[in-house]
Design a binder for this molecule. Structure first.
Ligand SMILES: Cc1cc2nc3c(=O)[nH]c(=O)nc-3n(C[C@H](O)[C@H](O)[C@H](O)COP(=O)(O)OP(=O)(O)OC[C@H]3O[C@@H](n4cnc5c(N)ncnc54)[C@H](O)[C@@H]3O)c2cc1C
Length: 385
């Protein structure tokens, strides 16, 4: 076993960290307060090439391996969580199906500008009445001559209100449930495609989230992204594995930021004649967090390594996601307690981490749903060897 990152990966981490420190961190508070998509920052960031992290070099991508991409997501989450959410949507989910199944013409029209930061993408699963249960998808795609007509509404779509293109999950055969689902590319300007309400969120400010409406949107045959209709769920595990480990490392980064900041506060803040860091009950919060944080990171990078090695790892990815994001909830809670009343003041950063941490509970699957699947797998086959 070798727990070290390669020299190239360490160097990459330093480079990303430097970019996040220089470009994003000075603006975190301003982005959070404005709660608007930071377009200038997006352009600066795109110029560094990161939006093509996982895509082939021939389209302007970096062709990074899975572990390297996870290093990137972890470092990016040290900056603004909203910006991180918008960027990871573009890098991973928003361009995934276009990159994997798009025709050469689609890649040139959509993927290449997305990597350059000139077009913004997203993915649409969720609807008003169905989130975890994609079998409840009501958006339909009906076959017509030369293409498909999409009808329905998608809710909670990151980058939705500002997107130039989106990958939409729709049912081509409602009687088939999850076996009748397909992904379709829809581009801005296509008649019948519009933006609905914007959702004002608790956290991750700076990413814009909202509703997308498909009112009889006609797309050509080549916009069906996949090897034939009704195959969407076959591809879902691949993308969800990466999304779950990414969310786990986002959670690790948020937890670490909150507790590192709280450590500084604990060293400075004096109560009853000495810094609160000298009280055992305060120290124990750091000791305990350290253990959970290390375990969460190990689990996440082990799952990343398993994806990279193409091992069967859907359960490991769920475990990593669940463990790290629960660790994160506990870390932001403890960090807030260390700040005392100041944790409630908007000018201190603790309230932001507290709010931002909440999303990691839903992204990549709610824990109750993951526990259901994990519990069933455990009863069937026990834990991994
Ligand atoms: C900030 C943000 C950004 C998002 N961005 C996107 C996006 O870009 N694209 C997109 O498609 N979606 C997006 N989503 C939606 C997200 O994917 C869903 O919120 C998530 O899938 C959960 O679905 P839901 O909210 O409908 O909850 P539900 O599925 O309604 O679940 C509600 C509760 O019931 C529990 N539950 C459900 N089923 C079971 C079960 N079988 N057993 C036990 N408990 C169960 C859940 O765990 C949860 O506690 C975003 C959400 C947020 C908050």
């Amino acid at each position: 076993m070798d727990f070290r990152f390669t020299e190239e990966q360490e160097f990459f981490r330093t480079t990303v960290r430097d970019a996040v420190d220089r470009l994003i961190r000075p603006k975190i508070q301003a982005i959070d307060e404005a709660d608007e998509f930071p377009r200038d920052l997006w352009k600066e960031f795109a110029a560094l090439g990161y939006l093509g992290l996982r895509h082939p070099e021939q389209y302007g991508g970096m062709e990074a391996d899975v572990i390297t991409s996870m290093i990137f997501y972890e470092e990016l989450a040290r900056g603004s969580c909203g910006f991180s959410m918008a960027a990871t949507m573009q890098i991973l989910m928003g361009t995934y199906f276009v990159g994997r199944f798009g025709s050469e013409a689609i890649k040139q029209r959509v993927l290449v500008p997305a990597i350059r930061g000139e077009k913004i993408g997203t993915i649409c699963f969720t609807e008003d009445q169905s989130g975890s249960d994609i079998g409840g998808t009501r958006t339909t795609a009906t076959k017509v001559e030369g293409g498909w007509v999409l009808k329905g509404r998608k809710m909670w779509i990151t980058n939705g209100p500002i997107c130039d293109f989106c990958t939409v999950l729709a049912s081509v055969d409602p009687g088939q449930g999850t076996e009748g689902l397909s992904f379709f590319l829809v581009e801005k300007g296509t008649p019948g495609f519009s933006v609905g309400q914007t959702i004002h969120k608790l956290g991750s400010h700076g990413s814009v989230t909202g509703e997308l409406i498909f009112d009889g949107v006609l797309v050509p045959e080549e916009n069906l992204l996949g090897e034939g209709p009704g195959r969407a769920t076959r591809y879902l595990t691949d993308i969800l594995n990466e999304v779950r480990v990414m969310t786990a490392l986002n959670a690790c980064a948020i937890a670490n930021e909150a507790m590192t900041d709280a450590a500084g506060y604990a060293r400075e803040r004096v109560a009853f004649g000495k810094p609160i860091a000298q009280y055992q009950l305060i120290r124990s919060k750091f000791g305990s967090h350290w253990a959970w944080y290390e375990a969460a990171r190990l689990l996440a990078y082990k799952a990343a390594w398993m994806i990279q090695e193409r091992l069967d790892c859907q359960y490991e990815c769920m475990l990593a996601k669940m463990f790290a994001t629960e660790m994160c909830q506990s870390a932001v809670d403890e960090a807030s307690r260390i700040y005392g009343g100041n944790s409630f003041a908007m000018e201190y950063p603790q309230q932001r981490w507290f709010r931002d941490a909440r999303f990691t509970l839903f992204g990549g699957g709610c824990h109750e749903v993951l526990l259901n699947t994990l519990g069933a797998a455990y009863l069937r086959r026990g834990p991994s060897a």
